[in-house]
Design a binder for this molecule. Sequence first.
Ligand SMILES: Nc1nc2c(ncn2[C@@H]2O[C@H](COP(=O)(O)OP(=O)(O)OP(=O)(O)O)[C@@H](O)[C@H]2O)c(=O)[nH]1
Ligand SMILES: [Mg+2]
Ligand SMILES: [Zn+2]
Length: 370
Amino acid sequence: MSFPLSSVTSDSSLLDAHGWDSGWASLFAPYAAQGLVPGRVVRVDRGQCDVATAEGIVRADTAFVTPHDPLRVVCTGDWAAVDPAGVGDPRYVRACLPRRTAFARSTSSKRSEGQILAANVDHAVITVSLAVELDLGRIERFLALAWESGAQPTVVLSKADLVPDPVGLSYLVEDVETVAPGVQVVPLSSTTGEGLDVLSAVVAGGTTVLLGVSGAGKSTLANALVGEDVMTVQAARDIDGKGRHTTTTRNLFVLPGGGVLIDTPGLRGVGLWDAETGVGQVFSEIEELAANCRFHDCAHEAEPGCAVAAAIEDGSLPVRRLESYRKLLRENQRIVAKTDARLRTEILKDWKRRGAEGRRAMELKRGHAR
Ligand SMILES: Nc1nc2c(ncn2[C@@H]2O[C@H](COP(=O)(O)OP(=O)(O)OP(=O)(O)O)[C@@H](O)[C@H]2O)c(=O)[nH]1
Ligand SMILES: [Mg+2]
Ligand SMILES: [Zn+2]
């Protein structure tokens, strides 16, 4: 989409609504000096993106901001420096400002590659459907990634209307609270509106990302928060309650009460990505207990004076919780080790490639000389 120059109106309130502040403005100063305009990436498609600028939504090409490192590829929520109006169609994103926070996961266990799900996020709303059985391990995993990103997590237990018994509902909330120290757990129904006021207050300032598996009700919630049907919603499959992967791009919206919301496609897997700090925060009660173990390098196996074992013994720490903690720490160590190995291989490959190019250039020269 291009805007004829005559219709371009510059309205900085549009930028402000998307989260522009003096910090971004000072980071942007060198780009402003080059005549580029600032904007927030509201959606990324293959090779192109939509950027919210002071003149409205602008379509821009991302060829200049597509580095080999997938963690640095332009993402919804990024602040971008875009060509000014009137230079051609498409305009280009020339640079992205350094991110304040970034939500990263590893895409699959086989290829240890990171992927940024959303950039510059303040609140991560982990959406968990009450229509299917709670998977506490998966919630812990999402929480680890959320803490690691630098955003404050909140857990929304969606479709609360499907649990009509209030006592049953309060047990479910309690179960989730025990795996989420320091995190607000909000039972919510987009159908009845229950809990929407609580969540609206959480998302009223800053940038919020909705995360969760397909069919959890993220887009339905996005529509409820935005106050109009900005996202398509599809019924989950009847047989297994699983979603249909309705949402396929990450989309950013301005909320009527202030703040910005990013809806994301449902995740199949949520592999950790260098998330040791995040894991520590999810299991903060275990780390606090461990500080009281007699040996400071206690493995909580069978050491004397182990405070973690004592807590398991007296029932205050569930065994599942300790096992989950260990599992995520191990998984994280594996990912980190693999990434280091992959980086080494890549450096070696690059070195060999350059060697081969050098030799080819030499041969060509010799060929010409002959
Ligand atoms: N009963 C009930 N159903 C809901 C509620 N919220 C969403 N749903 C239903 O859940 C199904 C999936 O909703 P979506 O909003 O598309 O889920 P999603 O998380 O965006 O799914 P993906 O885009 O595939 O990741 C739809 O049939 C919704 O109508 C709710 O509060 N109560
Ligand atoms: Mg969706
Ligand atoms: Zn111990």
